[in-house]
Structure formats: C-alpha cells, structure tokens
Design a protein around this ligand. Structure first.
Ligand code: NAD
Ligand code: ZN
Length: 605
C-alpha cells in the first residue's frame, strides 16, 4: 500500500552521528544484528525459548550497546536510513535507544518494524515471533531491564548487567529510565563560587513521523497495530462526525487486532474550540489514567487536533499523541502542526502549547465524507504553501481546479492512477512537505520568519467576529497580503491576479464586509504585533509566486487605507469575491461569534 514518508526531528541539542564510510552507521548496525539472527531462533515454537536465545545473544548485546551510544536525534541519524531508502526504520530504532525501559513485546514489535525495511525476507518471522510473545502476557509485559536481570543465565553476567544499568543511571539516564520514548532534554549550568548565582541553558529534543497512507483503517495496515498492541489499549479522541462515517471501521480495526479501544467521542466544531472542551478531555484522561509514555490517538479535523493536542500538552505537562487527519486541514497543516490551541476571549487560538504529534497519518480516503464546504476551506491552507513556498504546487493547483473538490481529492468518481488521482496525491504530498519544512525548523516560533503564517496575520482578529470558516478567513487575508505585496512592488500585477484568480476558482472568499470595520482591523493589527513579539512580520509572496518576504513597516492606518483599494479589486469577481458558503452557519455549524461574545462578556465581568 502506498505511503509517502517524512521524518522530522527537532533536536536543538543534537551532536552529529557519524555515518562511517565502511557502512557502520546506525542502519548498518541494525542490519548486522538482523543478519546475525537466523531462522532457527525466530521460528523456535516456544516464545520464551526464542526470546531468551535472541535477547541473550552477543549480537543483541552489541546492538544495544550501539543504540545507547548513538545520538538518535541528530540529522545524520535519519539521513543514514534515508540513504538506504529505509525511513520506516528511523522511529522504531529511535525508540529502541530506550530499550531497557520497554516491554519485551515492544522490543520485538519494534525489531519487526525495522526488519520490514532492512531485512524484508525475515520480517514475517519477526512479526510472527512478536505475535507469539504477545500471547504470553507475563513475558510480553516484562521490561527488558528486568528480563535481563532475572533471566540471564550465569550469575556473573547478571551482576555485570546490574552494574551496567547502575552506571547508565548516571551516564545516560534516558537509556534506562526515560519518561517517554519520544522526548529528551538536557541542559547545563554555570554557578558562582558561593552558588548564589546560577546561569542555565536548557534543550529539548523530540521527533515526529509523518506518513501519507492509503486506507489506514484497513486491518492490513500496520501503523496503529504496531504502536498500540504492545501498549495493551488505545485511548482515542474521535470527532463525532468522523465517528458517524468511520467509527465502525475504526472499531473493527482494533477488534481485528484484539486491542481494547477506549473511544472518547467529542463534538468538535469551531464553536467548541474553547477551554471547556479541553478541560473535559483532561477529565477523561485522568479517569482513564493515561501514562506519559502512552500516545493518545486523535482522529478528526482541525478543531479536535488543536484542542486534543492541547489537552495532551497539559496532561502530565507532556503526553504524546498520534494524529489521524480526517480533513484537508488536519491532513496537511493542523495535523502535523506543533501549535496546539483553543480560542480565548473572542480571539482565535489565543491559548495553547507547542506540542507536535509523535506520528501523523494523512489518509485522503477520509475526505470522501467531507462536506463540500469543508473541502473548499481546507484548500486555502494548500494555496498558502503554494504562494509563498512552492511554485510547482501553485501550477498543480491551477491545473487541478475545482475537480479537486468534486472528486474529493481523487477518492470519489475517480479511477486509481488517472490524472486527478495522481494530481491529488502530489498536491497533498507537496503541501505537507512544504509545511513540515517550515514548521519543524522553528518548533517554538522562536523567530517570526514563518512563511506558513501567510494569510494568518489579520484574519485571527476578524475570523470569529465575522463567523467565517477558517479557510475563508485565511483566503481573505491572503488576498489582502498579495495586494500589499503588489503595492510594495514585490510581485507583479499579473502574479497578484493569478493568486486572486486561483482562490476564486476554488470558491474561496477574497472579501467580507468586516474588512470595512476599522476598529476590528485596527485591533487585529495591534493583537498580531503583540503576538509576534512587537513586530508585524507579515509573510507575503516576494520575488514571484513560491517565494516569501516579510512586510514589517506598515501601521494599522496603512492597512485600513490599503483595504479601500483591495475592495475595488475584489469587486471584479462574482459576488464581489465573497466566495461560496464562507460562513460557519452556511455549512450548518453553530456561529462561533455568538459563543465568543459570551466568553468575552464573562471575562469582563
Ligand atoms: N494548529 C495549527 O497549526 C492549525 C493550522 C490550520 C488550521 N488550524 C485550525 O483548524 C481548524 C479548521 O480545521 P478543519 O477544516 O479540519 O475544521 P473542523 O475541525 O471544524 O472540521 C470540519 C468539519 O468536518 C468534520 N469532519 C472532519 N473530518 C471529517 C470526515 N472525514 N468526514 C466527515 N466530516 C468530517 C468535523 O466534525 C467538522 O464539523 C480551525 O479551527 C483552525 O484554527 C490549526
Ligand atoms: Zn490556518
């Protein structure tokens, strides 16, 4: 089944991992271990005997040593696997660097995932052994550290093992007692002689795997099974609309793999995007006793991704999650995004935390049940990446046109392999790649040169008040940004028109009368300058479509003045560029502005 792969890491503290020319980097070390284990050990009928033979082997011991020593968060670590076309082995190998703390079942499951890429001939044997270990619960659930202490035969080995674990608690605590396999942090301090003054620097490293997958809920797809079966259950936040279309398939998938599923259905419309929703999720996590090494599964659109991700960031200060993007927006933008959030006091996405998913799966087959209005507004986020980062994506979007909507990204009324099918897959993959490159290079938004914030400068200040769907608010803001860029001489009139024409072709709004409200626009301008550390830094196309520059020296008055000209340009389009079904209410949603007004009123009481 088709997958497109991206591995990303945010490793501020990373040292380079050397890829040795003689082929002894991390991928070669894994291959060497796999080669050393023969069919005999794998197929020994008794799971206990097979586990003992493999975990007690010199080959495993040496590999474990290598894993503990390697910097699995460096760019060259992933690159070593990428060069061997073995990207699917990156995350399981990273997780195995904390193997001592993993259950025996998890260790074998991860090895099977690595074998699937590096030793495909024996992969079935590894998966089969993981299955047999799963069937012996006392063995399956025992941590490798304890297993090695209790089961290693000779007493001398046992003592040596205990000494080694004790030494690691000082030298490399992440190797023996990590809180979760997905995060590392380090730091250093300098102190004065009397210890009265201390200067400290802290680093955090984390990683994400992003995959374009076809039919992720087909029982033959291993992603969710490999992750959740060793954990013994899956806790899932599920968008109620997704539940009604795909809930049965989700339950059937977990039933098929005999994984208990704790379903937490949540209504997740724009009007629900407040702290109250996040708080309810936190209550559910507490009730279910979520662990900090147990990724919550979130399946839904952008509202659920943002609120569910925020609940995970808050719970235990840091709980991992896996994202299944079921809408366009979560598929390529909010899904892999580290910016989890909810609205606050009438302002969009005011409250939040930086917390990326550990795995993000985009499956366009979910798009088949999306309302046309949702598809349309989702395309705005793709146009955003095209205009400021990828001219070829812009060309693809022009070529595809509204067929993207009518065929729901090549999943309805389409033959596999025909032009719209191929174009749709390419458009999603390009948008995802551009987005991840821009986002993960600046995880904590520690600088504001962020191309993917195009269309998100003034819109947060008027989206809720106007009751607009997010994508239409973004397209209005992109149109205004393109106008300002053209005014500054950064793009030509022709390029400006191409941008407006493309958004219009997809039925996206260029205009809403809220732009005439000088108070709202003035306040939107002030708020975004506050949010961006005192600067406007508005990303807009510069030097042509597909390239980005930043407007910074514009005042609120300049924007209000420019809007008068921009309105004239919009009037040339159908309905004055007001788009098709631009409001939440147009697609049957509660108007978020009514919810926001009551929140603002409460905050002022
Ligand atoms: N964190 C970020 O970086 C980021 C980026 C972009 C957008 N966002 C946020 O995302 C939100 C918009 O996302 P969205 O477009 O997914 O909206 P949404 O979450 O409101 O989902 C749209 C609607 O479609 C339904 N839905 C989702 N998947 C479905 C499916 N497969 N079949 C049928 N119905 C389905 C949802 O229940 C909802 O009613 C906004 O709140 C925006 O602020 C966040
Ligand atoms: Zn957005």
């Amino acid at each position: 089944m088709a997958t497109r792969q991206i591995e990303a890491e945010n490793a501020i503290a990373a040292r380079p991992t050397t890829i040795r020319p003689n082929g002894s980097g991390p991928a070669a070390a894994a291959s060497k271990f796999l080669r050393a284990i023969g069919q005999e050990e794998l197929s020994d009928g008794d799971a206990r005997t097979a586990a003992a033979a493999i975990l007690g082997s010199d080959a495993f011991y040496r590999w474990l040593d290598d894993l503990i020593a390697v910097n699995a968060y460096s760019a060259s670590f992933a690159e070593d696997f990428a060069q061997r076309n073995a990207l699917d082995a990156v995350a399981p190998t990273r997780i195995l660097t904390g193997a001592y703390n993993l259950s025996v079942e998890t260790v074998f499951q991860r090895i099977a995932q690595i074998a699937a890429v590096l030793d495909p001939e024996n992969a079935d044997g590894w998966y089969d052994l993981a299955d047999r270990i799963h069937a012996v619960p006392p063995l399956a659930s025992m941590r490798l550290r304890e297993y090695l202490t209790q089961r290693i035969g000779r007493s001398g080995d046992k003592k040596a093992h205990e000494r080694r674990v004790a030494a690691l608690t000082k030298r490399n605590p992440h190797a023996v007692f990590p809180t979760s396999p997905y995060r590392r942090s380090t730091g250093h301090v300098a102190a004065s002689d009397d210890h009265g003054a201390v200067e400290a620097v802290m680093h955090q490293s984390t990683f994400s795997s992003i995959r374009m997958v076809d039919r992720v809920l087909d029982p033959a797809q291993p992603f969710l099974r490999d992750l959740y079966r060793p954990l013994g259950r899956c806790v899932c936040l599920l968008d109620t609309n997704v539940d009604s279309h795909h809930g049965d398939a989700l339950s059937a998938y977990f039933d098929h793999h005999d994984i208990p599923l704790e379903l937490l259905p949540y209504r997740a419309m724009e009007a629900d995007k407040g702290l109250a929703t996040v708080e309810r999720m936190l209550g559910d996590f507490k009730r279910l006793g979520i662990m900090r090494n147990e990724p919550v599964l979130i399946a839904g659109g952008g509202v659920l991704a943002d609120t569910g991700g925020l609940a995970c960031a808050l719970y235990g200060r840091n709980t991992p999650y896996v994202m299944i993007g079921t809408s366009i927006v979560t598929g390529i933008d909010a899904g892999p995004s580290p910016r989890t959030c909810c609205d606050g006091f009438g302002y969009k996405n005011l409250l939040g935390a930086y917390h990326p998913p550990v795995l993000c799966l985009t499956d366009r087959h979910f798009f088949g049940t999306l309302d046309e209005g949702w598809l349309r507004h989702g395309i705005a986020e793709i146009i955003k990446m095209a205009v400021v980062k990828d001219a070829s994506l812009f060309d693809d979007l022009e070529q595809a046109g509204p067929r993207l909507i009518t065929t729901r990204f090549g999943t309805v009324d389409t033959e596999t392999g025909d032009s719209i099918d191929e174009l749709s897959g390419r458009i999603l993959a390009k948008a995802m790649k551009s987005y991840v490159e821009a986002e993960y290079d600046n995880l904590y938004e520690t600088h504001q040169c962020r191309p993917h914030a195009y269309g998100h400068t003034w819109s947060p200040g008027f989206e809720i008040a106007a009751g607009l769907l997010h994508g239409h608010a973004v397209s209005i803001c992109m149109g205004l940004g393109a106008h300002l860029s053209c005014q500054a001489g950064w793009i030509s009139q022709h390029e400006y028109r191409r941008i407006l024409d493309l958004m219009h072709a997809y039925g996206l709004a260029l205009w809403h009368d809220i732009l005439d409200d000088d108070d709202i626009i003035g306040e939107a301008h002030r708020k975004i300058v506050q949010k961006r550390g005192g600067n406007l830094v508005a990303p807009v196309p510069r030097g042509g479509i597909g390239q980005c520059g930043y407007l910074d020296d514009l005042s609120a008055e300049d924007i209000i003045g420019a809007i008068i000209d921009y309105r004239r340009d919009c009037e040339a389009y159908d309905a004055g560029g007001r788009g098709i079904d631009p409001l939440c209410a147009d697609v049957g949603l509660e108007d978020p502005s009514t919810v926001a007004k009551s929140a603002v009123a409460q905050s002022q009481e």
